[in-house]
Design a binder for this molecule. Structure first.
Ligand SMILES: [Zn+2]
Length: 259
């Protein structure tokens, strides 16, 4: 079986347009097709619908092989948006893990369904028929899992697994992820190199998660680029999330539908 790696660019939105473009240029120069995790709702003062030039750029890069994936609605949790002071242990864990981006961590099924549908419809209205959902911070409540199973989408994923939404089977696929602007950035760069190195050596498929803010740090930018180059030079095939899903689950489900 072929070794694969998925590169995703997180937080692609009008408010991160410049850094998102720069990452895609770098990935194009490495011949890597990525999954672009797009925030369709209003985030950092801007939203997709009212930014046609950003939508035009997204169309151009998706025509060129990059994949558009739904990445939450407004990226922030309702409690973070309303600056709620109530705080449970679960809330605090979500904040720690996603640094205020745990939008789907505490939602019940109805609320999760409403935001997912709004995101899918918004992307559809501007020209994208998305197949995948990646929650901000990869954090999903049980209600979010239930809403996704009934959403008609094809796949989702968390930190460690790619999940087929039809069968709800999951395949392990670890991801590197660095937290920019964090005291952990330096260890993050080392961990990225280590995870990528171990997976390349042992021939296991893996993922590399890029953030727009990574470009602000030479160390984070370079360690991510080095991890991508290392995978390419060791014969790993660059896949979008959808391509990885297809190779792990899709062929089987299409075959069993036919039989
Ligand atoms: Zn995000």
């Amino acid at each position: 079986m072929k070794n694969r790696f998925v590169v995703s660019v997180h937080d692609v939105a009008p408010s991160t347009a410049e850094a998102s473009r720069r990452w895609v240029e770098i990935l194009d120069s490495l011949r890597i097709k990525s999954s672009l995790l797009v925030v369709p709702g209003r985030w950092r003062g801007r939203d997709l619908r009212s930014n046609p030039s950003f939508v035009a750029w997204l169309k151009e890069v998706s025509a060129n092989g990059h994949e558009v994936v739904l990445h939450g609605w407004e990226h922030a949790s309702a409690s973070a948006r309303s600056a709620s002071t109530t705080s449970t242990t679960r809330d605090r864990f979500g904040r720690l893990m996603a640094r205020g981006c745990q939008e789907f961590w505490n939602l019940d099924e109805d609320d999760a369904r409403a935001l997912i549908e709004r995101g899918v419809e918004t992307l559809f209205d501007v020209g994208f028929d998305v197949r995948g959902f990646v929650a901000p911070g990869w954090l999903m409540s049980e209600g979010t899992h239930r809403a996704l199973r009934a959403s008609g989408l094809t796949y989702t994923c968390d930190h460690t697994r790619l999940i087929d939404l039809t069968s709800y089977r999951a395949r392990r696929m670890l991801t590197t992820s660095q937290r920019p602007n964090s005291v952990l950035s330096v260890p993050g760069a080392i961990v990225t190199s280590a995870i990528a190195g171990v997976h390349v050596r042992t021939g296991r498929s893996f993922r590399i998660a890029l953030h727009p803010e990574d470009l602000g740090s030479a160390r984070l930018r370079n360690s991510n680029i080095a991890a991508c180059q290392r995978a390419v030079t060791n014969g790993f095939e660059s896949n979008t999330y959808f391509q990885a899903w297809y190779s792990l689950f899709g062929r089987h489900s299409i075959r069993s539908e036919r039989s």
